[in-house]
Design a protein around this ligand. Structure first.
Ligand code: ATP
Ligand code: MN
Length: 478
């Protein structure tokens, strides 16, 4: 017999049909003559109710059907008398594939704290919350590829090991095969990286953008979607040392085209989630409501599904960094000295400022553009004012910055001048500068942090809970 997934069975198998199903026991309770087993196989948040006649199965077998055990069940589908499901499976044959000692199995059917589940990340997939999160994460990855594929963007695999330290020097992870205890030394007594695997210092990538630009200036529109690494020692709920980033890069796009794409992209993904992940979202929405029950009204967030619809249906606000600074400095929040970090033209915005703009002032997602050049990367297009660059950050409620992007400087001389000002090694970047030497064109791109986006979609509060095995300072278990 062909195995059926629980989702297929609950969504359409007729009563009277014989089916084979395999999964893990969520709960098992006995009544006088029958035993009720809630079976989950990961295909849906819903469980299949298996009904076992206690006179038909041995007490020994039934005794081993504990939470966490794996079963293979054959039976006949029947209309269910119980509430919550249309059909249940009347078991004919049950095979215990793998038992789970009830004394030791950590994922007992009760409420666990997220901290406890993080310490048991190897088993947390077995909970409703994490099942929902990882099904949604999958759906979003699929929707991203689908979005770009429909628009003629090519998926470009940029390298994970790079020798360019143009961006984010100091916050990179070194990749080496040298002996850390006894590295070969040069005559001056420094580590001799010419003896290293690649014959030079190499690191894990902090962004695929520079290589992405090489692709875009020939293929037209590309995107990357891969792991990204930052050795920043920021132990926040929004930073990981290893995260996934989506970086589209488009020839012939100016900053406005770039903003239009970013906004349409985010809204399309949210609509995809609403259309395809409704059961899991409904579960997470309820979870969030329960979580916030005790909180005062003004601290409670909008219902998850309402929030997603709201963002998908409303235009994002677009304004300049300079306008944002004015709004912040004129706010009561600022006057009452409620911001921890300074608000001054030229200073980078902190997440408290970003969230104030989005959550208190506009109550909508915001795209901020034209940042001071001093706080942005060398490759951003220099504006005519001589002070700002054509950067754009997309700011979301609850998250702050979710996308960072820009129009790129396409003028060779301006780019090299800026690199020299910022002490970027111009000779080492010869391959990047070649795009500006041969057929240079206006082009733009941005980076979306995948986990930050999944935080937004799921309403979870900590980025460690939307990636299977989080990597953060002092933490690389599993
Ligand atoms: P932040 O200021 O929030 O630290 P950033 O300005 O360093 O972010 P970018 O270099 O612009 O980030 O990266 C593009 C996107 O990647 C960000 O908008 C964010 O969504 C995501 N991102 C950046 N750093 C991290 C991180 N450490 N963990 C998870 N996502 C990140
Ligand atoms: Mn940024």
């Amino acid at each position: 017999m062909i195995r059926k997934k629980v989702r297929e069975i609950l969504d359409g198998e007729a009563t009277g049909t014989e089916v084979l199903v395999k999964g893990w026991v969520r709960t098992h309770r006995n009544s006088k003559n029958v035993s009720f087993i809630a079976l989950n196989d990961g295909s849906t948040i819903r469980n299949l109710q298996v009904v076992a006649d206690v006179n038909h199965f041995s007490g020994e077998l039934l005794g081993e059907i504990n939470t966490g055990a794996a079963l293979s069940v054959t039976g006949i589908l029947a209309a269910s008398a119980g509430s919550g499901q249309a059909v249940e499976l009347v078991a004919r044959e049950i095979v215990l594939l793998g038992g789970a000692d009830p004394e030791n199995f950590p994922m007992q059917p009760k409420k666990h704290s997220l901290e406890f589940l993080r310490e048991n990340a190897h088993l947390r997939f077995r909970t409703n919350t994490f099942g929902a999160i990882f099904r949604i994460r999958h759906a979003m990855a699929f929707a991203i590829h689908d979005y770009f594929n429909r628009r003629g963007f090519y998926y470009l695999h940029t390298p994970i090991i790079t020798a360019s330290d143009a961006e984010g020097a100091g916050q990179m992870f070194r990749v080496t095969t040298l002996d850390a205890l006894q590295p070969p030394l040069t005559e001056e007594g420094k580590v001799d990286f010419s003896a290293d695997f690649f014959g030079r210092p190499t690191n894990l990538t902090v962004s695929g953008q520079l290589e992405g630009e090489l692709g875009a200036t020939a293929l037209g529109e590309i995107y990357t979607f891969g792991p990204t690494f930052r050795a920043e020692n920021s132990n926040t709920t929004r930073h990981l040392a290893e995260f996934w980033m989506i970086e589209p890069e488009m020839a012939f796009y100016d900053l406005k085209d770039n903003m239009d794409l970013a906004e349409d992209f985010l809204k399309s993904l949210i609509r995809y989630a609403l259309d395809h992940c409704s059961e899991d979202l409904a579960f997470l929405a309820t979870r969030l409501r329960e979580e916030e029950k005790g909180k005062p009204r003004e601290q409670q967030s909008m219902d998850l599904i309402e929030k997603l619809k709201f963002v998908a249906d409303n235009e994002f606000v677009r304004l300049t960094y300079t306008e944002a600074i004015d709004i912040l400095r004129n706010s009561n929040h600022y006057k009452k000295k409620k911001f921890q970090f300074p608000v001054e033209w030229g200073v980078d915005l902190q997440s408290e400022h970003e969230r104030y703009l989005v959550e208190n002032h506009f109550r909508k997602p915001v795209i901020l553009i034209n940042y001071p050049k001093e706080i942005k990367a060398f490759y951003m297009k220099q504006n005519d004012d001589g002070k700002t660059v054509a950067a754009m950050d997309v700011l979301f409620p609850q998250i702050g910055e979710i996308i960072g992007g820009s129009q790129r400087e396409e003028d060779y001389d301006k780019l090299v001048a800026r690199m020299e000002e910022m002490h970027i090694p111009v000779e080492e970047m010869w391959w990047y500068l070649d795009t500006r030497r041969y057929g240079t064109v206006p082009h733009s791109g941005f980076g979306l942090g995948f986990e930050r986006f999944i935080l937004f979609i799921t309403g979870m509060g900590n980025i460690r809970d939307v990636i299977a095995f989080p990597r953060t300072p002092r933490n690389a278990e599993f």
